[in-house]
Design a protein around this ligand. Structure first.
Ligand code: PEP
Ligand code: MN
Length: 344
């Protein structure tokens, strides 16, 4: 069951709702979105029915939600929601372009990538300071030094920053620099980490676990929402299948499927799904065609020297074309560049 509060409900109205639920032995989880506050109830539904919750001051609606991901479901919030990152809206409306280097390597590389991104129409900068690498011998990211570079580049370019956090102990640190926290595919069901980012109150980009079903992905988002944070953007980044021609298999159908089940915005990562520069634009077109709320792409001023994911990083011209495609200014009918070997 979910209680939707009126926009003008006061803190004491909310406290009265929580107290009434707790008096009946139930638990109440308060989550704040951009437009409204909802309270998820856990406990004996039949008993809640006897509490006249709908009559309490400040309550707009009491809804029975049949899906397990209550707070993020469209049953509890029929309109699709908008998540603000810095001042930038992500949600229904014009699709958002998020771009930047896979990994923050140097101040110069990050600034150059950010300027390329901004020139192409990106409104949010991505860049990893903590890199969850498959190999322990691969570049693991600059850590806090990388976060500082991102903050400097934000000051220089005005672009809000999304960056990954891989450990619950680092959440406060990363949140002190970032505008949005990213949970990567490898941590998509790290429930302690999800709760920690739920507690910190900054917007979160939750990538789909590489082997997660849509329901598992949505339940992971519910972990964040249950801690009071509804500022969640879901990111489809490809899943593991038998196919090896691409790095992952972009599950394009998941975009409209999830948008029907959840009110949260859904973006696509065509870089990590295809794993190849030549696929980023076609996969972006697919994402736009199915109604994705944005794309997040890797960019590098010189991919041949990239410490991470060079083969999928866009260079200047590619990014310009992608930006124009996002704005609807080109049919995107471009020669497919020479093949780039898939990377893992
Ligand atoms: C990334 O975006 O830098 C990243 C590591 O992506 P994923 O978690 O989707 O592999
Ligand atoms: Mn990467």
């Amino acid at each position: 069951m979910v209680i939707v509060m009126m926009p003008q409900a006061t803190a004491s109205d909310l406290a009265a709702v929580v107290a009434r639920v707790e008096s009946a032995g139930g638990e109440a989880f308060v989550s704040r979105g951009t437009s409204r506050t909802v309270v998820g109830l856990v406990g004996d539904i039949e008993q809640f029915g006897t509490l006249s919750l709908g009559a309490l001051r400040g309550v707009a609606e009491v809804l029975r939600v049949s899906v397990p991901y209550k707070l993020i479901s469209r049953q509890s919030h029929p309109e699709r929601s908008v998540v603000r990152v810095g001042g930038v809206p992500i949600g229904p409306g014009a699709p958002t372009l998020i771009a930047g280097p896979c990994a923050v390597e140097t101040p110069e590389q990050t600034l150059r990538a950010a300027l390329m991104a901004r020139a192409a129409g990106a409104t949010v900068l991505r860049g990893g300071a903590f890199k969850p690498r498959t190999s322990p011998y691969a570049f693991q990211g600059l850590g806090e030094a990388g976060l500082k570079i991102l903050a400097d580049v934000r000051a220089e370019t005005g672009l809000p920053v999304v960056t990954e956090v891989v450990d619950a102990h680092d959440v406060e640190l990363v949140a002190s620099y970032a505008d949005m926290l990213q949970i990567g595919t490898r941590n998509a069901q790290n429930f302690a980490l999800l709760q920690a980012v739920g507690d910190v109150g900054k917007p979160v980009m939750l990538k789909r676990g590489m082997s997660a079903t849509v329901e598992e992905w949505l339940m992971a988002a519910e972990y964040i929402a249950q801690r009071g944070n509804l500022g969640i953007v879901l990111c489809e980044r490809g899943i593991r299948t038998f196919e090896t021609a691409t790095r992952n298999t972009l599950d394009i159908a998941a975009v409209p499927v999830v948008q029907r089940l959840s009110h949260l915005p859904v973006v696509v990562d065509p870089s990590h799904s295809g794993g190849r520069r030549d696929l980023v634009l076609p996969l972006t077109r697919a994402a736009l065609a199915v109604g994705a709320d944005g794309v997040i792409v890797d960019v590098h001023p010189d991919p041949t020297t990239a410490l991470c994911d060079g083969p999928q990083a866009l260079v200047h011209e590619d990014l310009e074309e992608l930006g124009a495609t996002m704005r609807g200014g080109t049919s995107g009918q471009r020669r497919i560049p020479d093949e780039v070997a898939p990377s893992r």
